[in-house]
Structures are given as C-alpha cells and as structure tokens.
Design a protein around this ligand. Structure first.
Ligand SMILES: *Cc1c(COP(=O)(O)O)cnc(C)c1O
Length: 435
C-alpha cells in the first residue's frame, strides 16, 4: 500500500487507541511499513527514530534476528495449546527463569499489562479471603499512578483523562501521596520526599489495614505520570510497612522491568522483594503480547486446597501462549549473552554526555535519568505543547511523544552513539520550534 492509501483505509476501518479520532482530521496518522533497529520506516522509506520504544515495549530494536528465529522455531512445533490442564516446555522454562530472576516461584500468565494488574489485584484479595479475612478487599495506589485501563486497573490508576468518564464503574480505593522527588522543598533531598510519602502511607495503613489487601506501585519511575522518578528508600519503607500491617506489596514492573531502570528489575535497587510482581511490555522484547504475575509460596499456598473455589480460577484464552513464551525466553537469553544490564550502564553515561547541551537548555527543568529513561520538563509552555512538539520532532525524523510538558526518551537498547546524537540534535530543534 502507499502511505496515502494506508492512511485513508485506516481512518475508515481502524479505531485507534487512546485517540480522539476526530483529531485526525487535522493531525495525520503516521503510516509505518517496517522497522529495523531503532528506526521505523513509512511506505516511502522516510524513517523515524523510535525514541519511545513503540509505547515502551521494544527492548533491543526492531527486527531482532534472535527473537524472530525463536518464534519461527517454536512455530514449527506448537503454536498454542490451552494452559488449563495442559503444559508445554516454553511456559515451564520461562516460569523457572523468571523465578530465578525475581525469587518468586509461581508464574501466572496473562496477555497484556492491564490483565496482569487485574490478576495481581484479584489474587491478593482472594488470598486474604482464603485466609479468612474477606474484608481485606481494597487497595492502595499512588497519586499519578498508572496500572492499565480495564476497570480493576482503573480503580488503582490516578490519571484523570483515563479515569473520569468511567468513575461510576470503578471501585473506591485509597490514594496515597507519591514520592516524586520534584516535590522536594528547599533543602529537602529525594530521600526526604520518599520518607515523607512513606509516613503518609503509614497513616493510611494504620487506619485502614483491616480493609486493605495490597498496595500497588510502579517502582522507581511512574511512567504515565510523566516519568516521575523517586528514591529507592520509598521501596524499603513500603516493604517494612507492608510487613508491619499485613498488606501485600504488588510491584508493577510492566514498564520499568527488564533493565529499564538500570537493574533487571527496579525493585532490586530497593533491595526488596515484593509479594507480587506484574510483568509485560518488554517481556517479549516487543514482539508479542504476554504478561506474567509472579508470587511466592505464601500466596500460592493460600489457594492450594481440595476445594475448587479456593483455587485461582482466573483465565485468558491465550494464557501462556507458546510463541510469546519463546519470544520471552529469547529475550532473557539476549540479556545474558549480550550482558545488557552492564552494557546499558556504560551506554547511559555516554549518552548523558551527548545530551549535555539539551540538559542545559534554559527552557528545561528537572532534567532526570533512571537507567535507560531520560526525562525533562519544559517550563512555561502553552496548551497543546505535547502535540506541537510531537509534530516538530517527526519533522526531525524522531518519534518523541511528550506527556503533558514532560519530554522523555525511553529508547530501544540498540540505540548507538550516532543515533543518540541525532536524537539530541533533533530534540533541540523541536524544542526551539515549540517553546
Ligand atoms: C503500560 C502499563 C500498564 C498496562 O499495560 P497494557 O499492556 O497497556 O495493558 C500497566 N502498568 C504500567 C506501569 C504500564 O506502564
């Protein structure tokens, strides 16, 4: 298809996500025909540097030969079988490897991030019910949190634009202050902000723990909030508060897992182990939809019983899809073979130097980085900044999609220095054109 044909037919037949479709009367869709490394190409060969990893899912770049080969090889033996009553090697091997990486030995699979959130919330509340505490069925979430957009996930998501229209459909839960270090008062450190947020959390736990099943949070970086970053002290405090008050700790590592924050999982930087971890997005390197919720023996044992109804009866048709598990196994093999976490640490420091001029731009506030996520806020921008910047960046050959007045880079790890240089230079041009 040509670019033009693709656009017309898409607008007629495809309802695009997270979009007011009428806006496409003024802002064209971007047709994409293929991807290679950090680049996306349209039908005419115009290319865009994918600085957001296609909504944070792509890890090593597009068209990764090892993941492709693993999926193809799996396709030769088994494309899918139901995981209730049946099992297969890719699901077993993936569960074992995730257990080794997280210390949580029981893997339950879903199809996307929001389904992982639903699974974790249901698993936590059902666990308490099985333990004779059915009134523990509410959750604590953080200000500006994002955990997906199905109804359960929305009940722990604090982004008005996603939530307001559906508020009557959503259970009331407890919202706790977040530890975003940008809230630091004069003389206050990031750790002080984290401590303050932990004290506010303790108040909620102390008053309501008999009704609270779990707290769910995005460790270290609240992505959809606009890459709000915080001190790992908060994770340690949450862990000890959860132990003190008998509340499950659900770590939503859907966006921050798989090396994004500089360690394989963000929780490692707090030196803590949550009770439940939600994984998705990068788990298949960006190839196929897959999610996993991992828990330890204590939660698992609470369901293990002669009675069927005490089991966790949740299911999705594609639970543990073998092709997706094969892609995930190939992704984990790349982490080992290419020593990705170590390589990224060195890369990020080199990129910091390349981004220096940008970081010192007078319009920029709160320049920040955690692992392979860079972000900054732009001061004093008029309404519509995100859309104007997005278009100006596209004209520079960049896919950079601000959240409000926050511009961020969350690139595929394949990004090299030349490409990082192009990203910095193009972002500077787009910034000067839009402020
Ligand atoms: C993207 C995301 C989700 C939801 O994942 P989907 O696959 O879009 O449903 C949940 N939590 C976090 C932290 C995310 O970034």
């Amino acid at each position: 298809m040509t670019n033009q044909e693709l656009l017309q037919r898409s607008l007629a037949a495809v309802w695009h996500p997270c979009t007011q479709m009428k806006h496409h009367e003024n802002f064209p869709l971007i047709p994409i025909a293929r991807g290679e490394g950090v680049w996306l190409y349209d039908c005419d060969g115009t290319r865009y540097l994918d600085a957001v990893s296609s909504w944070w899912v792509n890890l090593f770049g597009h068209n990764e030969p090892r993941i492709k080969a693993a999926i193809a090889a799996q396709m030769d033996s088994l494309e899918h079988v139901m995981l209730a009553g049946f099992t297969h090697e890719p699901a077993v091997r993936l569960s074992e490897q995730l257990a080794e990486l997280t210390g949580l030995g029981h893997a339950f699979y879903g199809s996307d991030g929001a389904s992982a959130t639903e699974i974790a919330l249901k698993m936590s509340a059902h666990c308490w019910r099985n333990l004779g505490l059915p009134e523990k069925n509410r959750f604590v979430y953080l200000e500006n949190s994002y955990h997906g957009e199905t109804l359960g996930a929305l009940s722990v998501t604090d982004v008005a634009i996603f939530r307001t229209a559906y508020a009557p459909l959503v259970q009331e839960n407890f919202c706790a202050p977040n530890p975003d270090w940008r809230q630091a008062a004069e003389g206050e450190s990031a750790e002080d902000v984290a401590e303050r947020a932990a004290q506010a959390l303790e108040k909620i736990f102390a008053e309501n723990h008999e009704r609270i099943a779990a707290i769910i949070l995005e460790p270290l970086v609240q992505g959809a909030a606009g890459m709000a970053m915080y001190h790992p002290h908060y994770l340690r405090r949450v862990r000890s508060l959860c132990d003190k008050y008998g509340v499950h700790f659900i770590a939503d590592e859907i966006a921050v897992g798989f090396g994004r924050t500089g360690t394989m999982f963000a929780c490692e930087q707090g030196g803590i182990r949550p009770d439940l971890i939600c994984l998705s997005k990068g788990i298949t390197g960006g190839y196929l939809p897959l999610a996993a919720v991992l828990c330890g023996d204590d939660i698992y044992r609470a369901f293990y019983h002669d009675e069927t109804a005490r089991g966790f009866l949740h299911s999705h048709s594609y639970t543990g899809n073998p092709l997706a598990c094969a892609a995930a196994l190939a992704t984990l093999a790349i982490f080992r073979d290419d020593r990705i976490v170590e390589q990224n640490a060195a890369k990020a420091v080199r990129f910091d130097a390349l981004f220096g001029e940008l970081a010192n731009h007078p319009a920029i506030r709160n320049w920040r980085r955690t692992g392979m996520i860079w972000a900054f806020d732009v001061a004093g921008v008029a309404a519509g900044f995100a859309q104007r910047f997005f278009e100006a960046a596209l004209a520079q050959g960049l896919l950079v999609r601000p959240i409000g007045n926050t511009v961020y880079f969350m690139p595929p790890y394949a990004l090299n220095e030349e490409e990082a240089g192009l990203l910095a230079a193009g972002t500077l041009v787009a910034l000067d054109q839009t402020i």
